[in-house]
Design a protein around this ligand. Structure first.
Ligand SMILES: [Ca+2]
Length: 194
């Protein structure tokens, strides 16, 4: 989620069918594309819902990653539990000032999210067509980053018909398609790749 998304035009759910044949982009390029999508690559970005940094992490993700302590509401992005000091990060300001830590957190986050996807049994949909799009692992991870594994499950269970959007109106489907063309080293490889 990002301020950039807030400015995005709300798009029709009836989008043309898109097919991703293989992952042509590298894992590094995936992070660049995700940063661009989330914040235009601005490591100091804070959006109106208090998601922070180039990847627009929220409180719940930073708790899972061990940067923030749990408080009564892990989704309100007030970070009131405080920071743990992981990688020297003791405040939102520290996190925003440290691109290397944000990149490190993003890489760790992808592995955590893939385990969520596996725990939900959604990994078996990798490279399958759902609702007219190919679910590539990078697209699945991007969608899970946008709205969580529950939203990806809803997308799969509805065969892509559920119109799932982030609070700024960004459709889940856009993340699946636009960030779907990157290879993920710990996930199933696409057809035709060795
Ligand atoms: Ca909180």
């Amino acid at each position: 989620m990002s301020a950039q998304n807030a400015n995005s035009r709300i798009q029709s759910s009836a989008e043309p069918e898109q097919v991703i044949l293989a992952s042509s982009g590298s894992y590094d390029a995936f992070f660049g594309a995700l940063r661009h999508r989330e914040s235009s690559g601005n490591y100091r970005a804070v959006n109106t819902l208090n998601f922070i940094g180039a990847y627009q992490f929220g409180e719940a993700a930073l708790i899972d990653l061990g940067y923030v302590r749990r408080d009564r509401d892990v989704y309100d992005n007030n970070f009131s539990g405080g920071f743990t000091g992981k990688n020297g990060i003791r405040s939102v300001a520290d996190f925003l000032a440290n691109p290397a830590v944000q990149d490190d957190a993003a890489r760790e986050w992808m592995q955590i999210m893939w385990r969520y996807i596996e725990a939900d049994g959604l990994d078996r949909y990798a490279w399958r067509q759902v609702g007219g799009v190919t679910l590539s692992p990078s697209g699945m991870l991007a969608a899970t980053h946008l709205l969580g594994p529950g939203a990806l499950r809803q997308f799969v269970n509805s065969n892509g018909r559920a119109d799932i959007r982030d609070p700024y109106g960004m459709p889940l489907r856009n993340y699946i398609v636009d960030l779907g063309g990157y290879s993920i080293p710990f996930a199933p490889r696409g057809p035709g790749l060795s």
